[in-house]
Each structure stands twice: as structure tokens, then as C-alpha cells.
Design a protein around this ligand. Structure first.
Ligand code: FE2
Length: 254
């Protein structure tokens, strides 16, 4: 089966661009499943029930998140209800929401796990131990991990740690697509960061003059999304749903 994973969608205009282009992408790659990191899908940061539903109504099957998952209080009830809009699994169990999901395709299933890095990020459960715990509970052959993390070293270490045990380890969060996609151990598709879905002429989707001014002065200024040409960044993977082996991973940037 072919699976598309789309990187961090920045703001509602980028959600709209994804909605417009997704049917063509799904057809082009014959994708059976689409996963999107939506933690920045709401204007003004975070994800809301409105943007989560918008992504799901656009043909997205699973929405993953990251360090901005709890920016909007109104998401708590949505996380509670939903099995397909995830928050990172390494929050404690008593925190609202689910960190992984298993999708039933009849004769096989696909699991999606959302993890948050802890290097230069929040001090949550070690994601390496966390994923081990989850893998003990999952019988799906096809397992996709969104590792939302800052440090390249932590992401590459996770890729090698899970090589041969999951179908893909896909990095998100930095909003910059890396060119290191590969198949680890002849089994696991890997990329350090799938990149951003947003305005390319920007700093991570935000107006570049605002970020430059922030860097020059240190004076905080309200972030505004950049306007201009939109891009969609992601990867498409070919995975044998019987064995879970990823045979190809290809970057999407369109
Ligand atoms: Fe993030």
C-alpha cells in the first residue's frame, strides 16, 4: 500500500491549499492512507476542532501533532473523543488524548504512533522507552511513527533504534525538509524531517521581517503568517501491508 505523510501544515490558508491539492496527490501516488501533522493548522498557533475536522474532511485519515498540541483548550474534548487525531504518546496516561491509533483495513491493520522528542524540548517520558511500551501492545505489521522532535541526532537515533521494528520513522517539527530519506536495515523508511506545508518565502511559515526583527532586537512581536506561494512537503512510502516492510520512500515538494 502507498501511504502519504504530509509535514506540519501552517495556518488555515495552508490547510485550504492542501485540501485543493490532496485529491490529485492521492491519485498520483495511488495512496490508501494520508497522515498529516496538524499541530500548527489553526491561525494563531496550535490546532482547533475546526482545523482538525477541516483536515479530516479534506481526505486526511490521521492527524498527528507535537509540542503545540495543547495550545487550544477547546481541543481537550476533541482529543478525548477522537481516535484519529493524536497527541504525542509520551505524555502521561492521565493526560487527555491518545498517542497512537490502529486503523482496521479488514485483512490487515496500520498503526500510527505520535512521539515527541525530549532533546531541547519538553521533559516528557523518554520517547525510546515510550515507543517500546507501545510496540508491545500493537500487532499491526505496518507501523508509522511521527517523531516530532528538534534534534537531528535524536531523530536519527530513533530511526536506527526502530529499524526493522516499524515501517517508517518520519521526523516533523523543524519545518525544513531534509534530503536524507532512506530505508534503514532494508525495512524502515526514514527521513529526519518531512518539511512544512506553508508559504515558502518565510521563516518556518512566519513573516520573515518579524522573525528577523526578533533576532535583531530580542523584542517579542506577534507572529503573522507569511503571504505568498504555498508549498506542500511530505513523503510517499510504498509498504508491504503483509510484512510491514517499506520498499521506497520518496520526498514530495509541490
Ligand atoms: Fe512543533
Amino acid at each position: 500500500m502507498n501511504i502519504i505523510f504530509i509535514g506540519d501544515v501552517v495556518g488555515q490558508k495552508s490547510c485550504a491549499n492542501l485540501r485543493e491539492k490532496l485529491p490529485k496527490l492521492k491519485k498520483q501516488y495511488d495512496a490508501k492512507l494520508v497522515i498529516v501533522n496538524g499541530e500548527n493548522s489553526a491561525d494563531g498557533n496550535g490546532i482547533t476542532p475546526v482545523t482538525a475536522k477541516y483536515l479530516l474532511d479534506s481526505g486526511v485519515d490521521v492527524v498527528t501533532t507535537g509540542n503545540h498540541c495543547f495550545r487550544r483548550k477547546e481541543m481537550d474534548a476533541f482529543y478525548e473523543e477522537s481516535d484519529i487525531v493524536l497527541r504525542p504518546a509520551n505524555y502521561p496516561d492521565e493526560v487527555v488524548g491518545k498517542g497512537f491509533t490502529v486503523l482496521d483495513f479488514g485483512s490487515y491493520s496500520v498503526a500510527v504512533i505520535n512521539l515527541l522528542g525530549t532533546v531541547y524540548m519538553q521533559n516528557l517520558e523518554n520517547p525510546f522507552y515510550c515507543v517500546d511500551r507501545i510496540l508491545e501492545k500493537i500487532s499491526s505489521k505496518t507501523i508509522i511513527v511521527d517523531f516530532h522532535a528538534e534534534a537531528t541526532s535524536e531523530k536519527r537515533a530513533m530511526g536506527h533504534y526502530l529499524a526493522g521494528r516499524v515501517s517508517a520513522v518520519l521526523g516533523t517539527h523543524t519545518h525544513v525538509q531534509t534530503a536524507d530519506e532512506e530505508i534503514l536495515g532494508g525495512y524502515t523508511g526514514y527521513i529526519t524531517d518531512v518539511g512544512m506545508t506553508g508559504v515558502i518565502d518565510s521563516v518556518l511559515g512566519i513573516r520573515k521581517d518579524i522573525i528577523i526583527n526578533n533576532m535583531l532586537t530580542g523584542y517579542p512581536q506577534r507572529y503573522e503568517y507569511a503571504q505568498g506561494e504555498q508549498i506542500i512537503c511530505g513523503v510517499v512510502m510504498e509498504i508491504n501491508e503483509r510484512t510491514g516492510v517499506c520498499s521506497s520512500i520518496e520526498r514530495i515538494r509541490c
